[in-house]
Write a protein that binds this ligand. Structure first.
Ligand SMILES: Nc1ncnc2c1ncn2[C@@H]1O[C@H](COP(=O)(O)OP(=O)(O)OP(=O)(O)O)[C@@H](O)[C@H]1O
Length: 447
């Protein structure tokens, strides 16, 4: 996609060019701006924008712009011409016009056409793509090239790479601030895309909760639970196409202590399993890492006591695993006690694997394998499971205290240990989703 705007103004038109640049400063700031020497210096002084200065028109600046149009770099040319000089510059203007005709690049020669062009650029869709270059086991360069190839013809992409020492939530907050600055000018055309594993997507989603700004998801992690749970395609190409269609759905979000939660919190078994499946294991085995880690953990899992507080009343359980889900893929079997986790019902789905015993015997562990199998089936057929080792219910707010304190995993990351308080945030997040997704409300479409 062309990323530059070219400016030229005759002396009598320079004041208009300054005013135009000031009016559309935010739009120009999204592009690389090139300008003939004197015009460029004045625009730079008036707006503070970085401008690439080329030769003045007298010394061939217009020819340099013509060459950049041929090179495919220019999104539009604004040449504010002095009507009295049109005869003198006719040959130069004709050259530029000819090349703009051939390469189908808009060329404005007076103020009203320049205004119209900048207005349409102002309305064009801009996406801040927060891209984790080390997520998953794929080739990040090839993935990014494919994303650019599919999205850039229709969307201006601002690519922001995640860094090991930076929280993607902060990167997303900076993107949101720039979107909100633009919102006073034009709404609904700017959004954020997160591309990486569940860790990156969850961190970016955190910043977007409650903003109404849509989130596009291009999953490139190991499990991609976030996409699977919300019915978003897991292939890079299909995920990009979903964003291009512009259909959105609204789902609940949640908070676990101060941490955002889109999917689920796992206490006990699930947290220990996630901790076992470290980066090295995931690189080596991919999704199988979680299965192997789960099997190992099943042999070692110890029971713990939990106090569950809902609306001021406290219930106690002896358990080995507890899952509190806002949304969950069918593969998160420990969240599936109610058969289906509904991501837009304003409620959290709680599944507790309870035990009457003080500690887990071998037969308890074998029973646990049987129950996991049943939970998996229950998720596939979307039917609640009835089993005396499971306690399942829905609530919008829950407090959990464990003895001894247990590790807690939220959306794939260990966040600390119990106690936790989890609160559902109804309709907290807007996502791009395929039209066939049951969560999409028809006609809820971005411009
Ligand atoms: N530029 C970077 N260089 C090195 N590490 C990074 C960089 N950006 C992010 N990270 C690390 O990536 C991790 C988050 O990865 P993310 O969850 O997106 O992918 P993943 O771990 O491959 O996914 P999954 O959990 O599905 O395997 C964090 O630990 C973060 O510190």
């Amino acid at each position: 996609m062309p990323t530059s705007i070219a400016l030229i103004a005759h002396d009598s038109q320079k004041a208009d060019m300054m005013a135009l640049a000031q009016k559309y400063q935010t739009t120009l700031s999204r592009y690389h701006t090139i300008a003939t020497a004197n015009t460029g210096k004045q625009v730079q002084a008036a707006t503070g924008l970085p401008i690439e200065l080329i030769k003045s028109q007298r010394d061939g600046g217009d020819i340099q712009i013509t060459a950049r149009v041929i090179a495919g770099e220019i999104a539009c040319v604004l040449w504010l011409c002095d009507p009295d000089q049109l005869q003198t510059i006719a040959a130069s203007l004709l050259n530029l016009l000819r090349i703009c005709q051939i390469y189908n690049v808009p060329l404005a020669t007076n103020l009203s056409t320049a205004n119209a062009l900048l207005q349409s650029l102002q309305k064009s869709r801009v996406a801040h793509l927060i891209f984790n270059p080390v997520a998953g086991q794929g080739n990040p360069d090839a993935d990014l090239a494919l994303i650019r190839q599919i999205l850039e013809p229709q969307i201006q992409l601002n690519v922001i790479f995640t860094k090991p020492d930076l929280n993607p939530t902060d990167q997303a907050k900076a993107a949101i601030a720039s979107i909100q600055r633009r919102r006073s000018l034009i709404s609904d055309t700017n959004f954020v895309i997160a591309s990486g594993g569940d860790g990156t997507i969850s961190a970016v989603a955190n910043a977007l909760i409650g903003t109404g700004i849509p989130l596009g998801i291009i999953p490139r992690g190991t499990a991609n639970a976030f996409s699977v749970a919300l019915g978003i395609p897991t292939g890079v190409k299909q995920a990009c196409e979903t964003i291009l269609t512009g259909n959105t759905c609204i789902v609940d979000a949640a908070r676990c202590n101060s941490f955002p939660m889109i999917l689920l919190a796992g206490i006990g078994f699930e947290a220990e399993t996630v901790e076992r499946a470290d980066r090295e294991m995931k690189n080596l085995l991919g999704p199988l890492a979680y299965l192997i880690a789960g099997a190992q953990q099943l042999l070692e899992q110890k029971l713990f006591a939990v106090e569950v507080e809902i609306d001021g009343s406290v219930t106690e359980f002896h358990c080995g695993a507890m899952t509190i889900a806002n949304a969950a893929p069918p593969t998160s079997v420990l969240a599936q006690g109610l058969g289906e986790v509904i991501p837009n019902d304003g409620l959290l789905d709680v599944t507790i694997a309870v035990s009457k015993n003080e500690s887990l015997t071998l037969s308890d562990r074998l029973l646990a394998i049987d129950v996991i199998g049943k939970l998996f089936t229950s998720a596939l057929v979307k039917t609640p499971i009835e089993n005396e080792v499971l306690a399942c219910f829905r609530t919008n707010k829950i407090k959990v205290t464990a003895t001894p304190p247990q590790k807690v995993v939220v959306d794939g990351e260990i966040i600390g240990t119990t106690p936790v308080e989890i609160v559902c945030i109804p309709d907290g997040l807007t996502l791009f989703a395929p039209l066939l997704n049951s969560l999409v409300i028809p006609n809820h479409k971005m411009a």
